[in-house]
Design a protein around this ligand. Structure first.
Ligand code: HSE
Length: 404
């Protein structure tokens, strides 16, 4: 790419697309200009005034424009985004994207397209907004010492939990605010049911351990069913409930991963990660723990990460996926025991789940709870039944040395 002349074809002009427009206005050193913008509806009212003649509703106007030498894709649907990215990469046009759903579902094909057409796809904005998680995992942690990446990867659910825990706001009102502030997905069930965090975890795992795991194979449980009784329980135990995504090496050959609400004690870094902020703890042999913290959602924070990828293209940067070619890579297992809190009422969870060991049971007129050990594979096998609205699960971390 001509280092002084980046001509961007932008797909999507919503919260993030408009943020990119604003961020580029402040960044003379990017030497980058948005030439064309593809949207579904040109006449939709928007906060940012871009020249009307650069808008189109036809993707091919951009993909066939010989002037465009970088595609930036920030639409909110996975399949149309995959079509755009595949076409661009097949034509040898590099792509910058923030589309975690597309990446999590199609990374193997997208990696193959990059290799086949010798072209770059960059996506640091897809995971944790403004925090440079992907590039650091790809470049700095390129060794066998890495043991775990764990954190708060979804800004909206963290915002909701913070508002409910610390400000006594109702769940519904906090969710509405997360939507108004531009943190939530257009379908917020992705945020509160844990799928947004799952998609980010799948992408992170590719760059952390060099292994792609299909989203469907990962246990994912969100905060949608949290109830006053759970908040009350957590307060009594002096812990916070956070939605935590984690990929953890169990030994040199095996790792596990899952997304679940977790009881977080005050001594943990992520205890103080509130509102729409994200926090990622990276644990490894020799260096113990490192912590990355920053805004994980919102227009300008996400756009700042897209800008960083645009700038990286000025130096022809691309991911090499080195870890995917290592001779030995750990393999994914769900044969691991978790200690969980389960609150239940109508559904007798003890008849649904085969717990390995029950530590505590509390039965009352309204809510019951149990603290017990359960295999992750058992949670996956029963996952359809665990979405019953009268159930809430939280992980009680315990299966590795817990010192942060
Ligand atoms: N809905 C996402 C979140 C946006 O709340 O984290 C950033 O990926």
């Amino acid at each position: 790419m001509n280092a002084t002349n980046i001509k961007i074809g932008l797909f999507g002009f919503g919260t993030v697309g408009q943020g990119i427009y604003r961020v580029l206005e402040r960044s003379a050193n990017a030497h980058a200009q948005i030439c064309r913008i593809c949207v579904r509806d040109i006449n939709k009212p928007r906060d940012v005034d871009a020249p009307r003649d650069i808008f189109t509703t036809n993707a091919d106007d951009i993909l066939n424009d010989p002037e465009v030498n970088l595609i930036v894709e920030v639409i909110d649907k996975a399949e149309p985004a995959f079509e755009i990215a595949s076409k661009a990469l097949s034509k040898g046009i590099p792509v910058v994207t923030g589309n975690k759903a597309m990446l999590a579902q199609h990374l193997p094909e997208l990696i193959e397209l990059q290799r086949k057409h010798n072209v770059a796809l960059l996506y640091d904005a897809s995971s944790c907004g403004s925090i440079p998680v992907i590039r650091n995992l790809e470049e700095y942690y390129d060794n066998d010492l890495l043991l775990e990446v764990k954190g708060i990867l979804n800004g909206s659910s963290n915002y909701i939990l913070s508002r409910v825990f610390d400000h006594g706001e109702s769940y519904d009102s906090a969710l509405r605010h997360a939507q108004e502030l531009g943190f939530a997905e257009s379908d917020p069930s992705f945020d509160i049911e844990g799928f947004d965090a799952l998609f980010k975890l799948v992408i992170i795992t590719v760059h952390a351990l060099g292994v792609y795991v299909k989203p469907d194979d990962v246990f994912t449980y969100g905060i949608a069913n949290i109830h006053d009784a759970d908040i009350q329980y957590a307060r009594e135990k002096r812990v916070k409930i956070k939605l935590v995504a984690q990929v953890v090496k169990l030994d040199q050959d095996k790792f596990t991963m899952f997304v679940m609400p977790e009881f977080v004690t005050k001594s943990k870094y992520i205890y103080s990660v509130d509102d729409e902020y994200n926090g990622v703890v990276i644990r490894g042999e020799c260096y113990d723990r490192q912590f990355m913290f920053g805004k994980g959602a919102g227009s300008l924070p996400t756009a700042s990460s897209i800008l960083s990828d645009i700038m990286a293209r000025r130096h022809d940067y691309r991911y090499e996926y080195k870890k995917m070619n290592y001779l030995s890579r750990p393999s994914y297992t769900t044969d691991v025991t978790l200690k969980v809190y389960v609150r239940f009422s109508a559904t007798n969870i003890l008849h649904v789940i085969n717990f390995e060991r029950v530590y505590e049971q509390y039965i009352s007129d309204n809510n019951n709870y149990v603290i017990a050990d359960v295999k992750l594979s058992e949670l996956i096998a029963k996952r359809e039944r665990l979405n019953a609205p009268d159930l809430f699960f939280a992980n009680i971390p315990q299966f590795y040395i817990d010192r942060d």
